[in-house]
Design a protein around this ligand. Structure first.
Ligand SMILES: C[S@@+](CC[C@H](N)C(=O)[O-])C[C@H]1O[C@@H](n2cnc3c(N)ncnc32)[C@H](O)[C@@H]1O
Length: 308
């Protein structure tokens, strides 16, 4: 049982450790350290001879993880960076070969729960959604500047929202009277576009969930970052090294599945998880984030990339 850390409970903790199979003395890279929940479990498995390199694009997450991982037991290095830049980040850490790599995608409960970060409509806050506060574009910039078709395409492309056109049309109409600047404002516009009262909603998810997901993906360029991570990973994994990716929606899971299959066909990976691993009933009951989590793991073969 893994205790929640700063409000974030790591998903699939037992499965991550079992399938990534860290050993004493291993070099581990957690590319999305968050509150350090998975990192702590991996640190315990690699012990005092191991090296744990932790990466997060969010300065706040890195600070929480620093505290959380202060007692080792392995050597821990923390880096603020985007996993899209895996190579430069590992170079800076002096790491050229990795036994275990983990990416637990999306946002943490700390990010979601902080109204000032603007990820959630549960509490009102500025329409921001940047994981990396050095980025210039916020969700409000997209919502208030894109044309109706561009907005509809963005929402559809990144969330498969069936009513993306209706939502974009409503946004464009509302913003004629002034900018849409807060999460609640946007959630209300979406609900009105769909003619749904969120308090009496029949569906399990809030009507604005998909629109928010799409904007978050766009603001943080999440799919491009994942593609770059997947592209660079085989260069750094040792033969026998393992990569695990936990995704929370079908766009990401599809990318991971296709990448692992393509590299299996090239002889670079063996697929460890024939099907994505999902949380059991108990975890789904106790940790709502676990309900959509899918873990895929691949193992690097001996084949060099030149041979592939
Ligand atoms: C789901 S949380 C990770 C939680 C962590 N596994 C734990 O157990 O506490 C995802 C984290 O990944 C970070 N993140 C998302 N995309 C990233 C990227 N492209 N590069 C680096 N970090 C990223 C977020 O800032 C967030 O802190």
């Amino acid at each position: 049982m893994t205790e929640p850390v700063s409000g974030h409970t790591p998903v699939l903790p037992g499965e991550v450790v079992e399938l990534l199979a860290p050993h004493p003395g291993d070099v581990v890279v957690d590319t999305t350290v968050g509150a350090g929940g998975h990192a702590r479990l991996l640190a315990q498995a690699i012990g005092p001879a191991g090296i744990l390199c932790c990466v997060d694009v969010d300065a706040a997450a890195r600070d929480i993880a620093r505290e959380r991982l202060a007692d080792g037991p392995c050597r821990v290095t923390l880096h603020r960076g985007n996993f899209a830049d895996l190579g430069p980040v590992l170079d800076a850490a002096g790491i050229s070969a990795v036994d275990v790599m983990l990416a637990d995608l999306g946002v943490s409960s700390m990010q979601l729960g902080d109204p000032e970060r603007g990820f959630s409509f549960a509490t009102d806050g500025p329409l921001d959604m940047r994981m990396d506060d050095r980025l210039e574009g916020r969700a409000a910039d997209l919502v208030n500047s894109l044309g109706e078709k561009q907005l509809a395409d963005l929402v559809y492309h990144y969330s498969q929202e069936r009513f993306s056109r209706r939502i974009a049309k409503r946004i464009c109409r509302v913003r004629r009277d002034g900018r849409i600047t807060t999460t609640r404002q946007l959630a209300d516009v979406v609900c009105k576009a769909l003619g749904v009262d969120p308090r009496s909603r029949r569906s399990k998810i809030h009507p604005a969930t998909r629109t928010f997901q799409a904007l978050r993906i766009a603001v943080n360029d999440e799919l491009a970052a994942l593609e770059k991570l997947l592209d660079q990973a085989p260069q750094y994994l040792k033969p026998g090294g393992r990569i695990g990716v936990i995704s929370f929606h079908s766009l990401e899971d599809g990318m991971v599945k296709r990448d692992f299959r393509r590299r299996k066909a090239a002889g670079v990976y063996e697929i460890v998880t024939k099907r994505p691993v999902v949380a059991g009933e108990e975890e789904r009951g106790s940790n709502p984030r676990a309900r959509s989590a899918k873990l895929r793991v691949a193992r690097r073969t001996e084949r060099t990339l030149e041979e592939a």
